[in-house]
Write a protein that binds this ligand. Structure first.
Ligand SMILES: NC(=O)c1ccc[n+]([C@@H]2O[C@H](COP(=O)([O-])OP(=O)(O)OC[C@H]3O[C@@H](n4cnc5c(N)ncnc54)[C@H](OP(=O)(O)O)[C@@H]3O)[C@@H](O)[C@H]2O)c1
Length: 303
């Protein structure tokens, strides 16, 4: 059987390093885009050096690679940074996606795009794939614009909107859980009581992406964790299981934070389609936090 050639962008990201792990040993021929951050030396893949911000860089670096599947994970994914640098967010999130779609335009190429729950305005929650996005912050607007490009490309594609990710950090970027833990180690963690998500354990997201490679699903798919909760409730559970002082988890509200950009109050996702199509059963927050803490304990957290 022909070995599938997979081209992955954002391999060094919080999510990408888990995906790279999941791709190992499955008989794929993996090409990983390398930019500023290092990629693990222990894994088998071909590194392709390019900067998605520089027009033409990826075309030069990926010349002669004809992937069967493109997993486009790279993004400028920090919401505040996107607000500060909207032009840069546009170049990385929109223009680079457009360039990749043109570059890998063969009829036989499958394009998988990782998007976000934040494309919704959060006024209702429990969104499914037929609900209309209404992105109201720079990050979300650029991610949604890229979604529209992928849809308009019209060939074999899947857009997977994942929820807030958490889990063990395999590289330099830690997740939301890691941020809470390091804040607690220094003192207090202040979290929104009125921002609701369906936090997704990163291994479930990586697993879904690898299953999407072999699936013939085409269109938009949502993937959130098993439970809807506020950031504050998530923090309380982490503190409880991790043996931290519960009073060091402080609650606040979005409006009190006086942000200069919009934060959607409830972008919880309905993941029925992903469960049905990919057979993914996301784990509960309780279990995910337990797994995360086990990993951080093994790593020697300073608590
Ligand atoms: N984290 C979440 O909670 C979450 C939730 C929903 C959706 N998502 C989506 O999931 C994906 C991964 O998110 P993440 O938080 O794991 O990302 P991340 O850790 O912030 O990493 C971003 C990735 O993009 C790459 N990248 C950025 N600028 C680049 C450039 N100019 N050229 C080439 N590569 C570049 C980075 O490579 P270098 O570091 O080498 O520059 C890195 O691999 C993103 O598409 C994001 O929108 C994330």
């Amino acid at each position: 059987m022909k070995q599938l050639k997979i081209f992955i962008t954002g391999a060094s990201s919080f999510l990408g390093l888990h995906v790279l792990n999941h791709l190992q040993g499955k008989g794929y021929d993996v090409y990983a885009l390398r930019h500023a951050a290092p990629l693990p030396k222990t894994h088998h893949f071909n590194a392709v050096d390019a900067d998605l911000e520089e027009s033409g860089s990826i075309a030069l670096a990926a010349k002669g690679i004809y992937p069967d599947v493109v997993l486009h994970i790279a993004a400028l994914a920090q919401t505040e940074l996107c607000e500060k640098e909207p032009e840069r967010a546009r170049r990385i999130n929109v223009d680079a996606t457009s360039e990749l779609l043109k570059l890998f335009s063969s009829e036989s190429t499958r394009f998988i795009y990782v998007s976000t729950d934040l494309v919704f305005d959060g006024l209702r929650g429990n969104y499914n794939e037929s609900d209309m996005p209404n992105p109201l912050m720079v990050y979300a607007k650029t991610k949604f614009e890229a979604e529209e490009l992928v849809k308009a490309w019209g060939k074999n594609h899947a857009i997977i909107r994942v929820a807030l990710l958490y889990g063990p950090a395999l590289g330099r970027k830690q997740s939301f859980a890691g941020w809470i833990e390091s804040s607690l180690e220094k003192g207090k963690a202040t979290l929104f009581k009125d921002e609701f998500r369906t936090p997704l354990y990163v291994e479930d997201a990586a697993n879904a992406l690898v299953r999407l490679i072999d699936s013939n699903f085409c269109g938009v798919m949502h993937l959130g964790g098993a439970d809807r909760c506020s950031r504050y409730e998530f923090g309380v559970e982490l503190a409880r299981q991790g043996g931290y002082e519960l009073s060091n988890i402080c609650g606040t509200n979005i409006k009190d934070a006086q942000l200069n950009y919009y934060r959607p109050p409830d972008v919880s996702l309905d993941s029925s389609l992903a469960k049905k199509n990919l057979g993914i059963v996301p784990i509960s927050i309780k279990e995910g936090i337990g797994r995360y803490l086990l990993f951080s304990e093994k790593r020697g957290s300073s608590k």
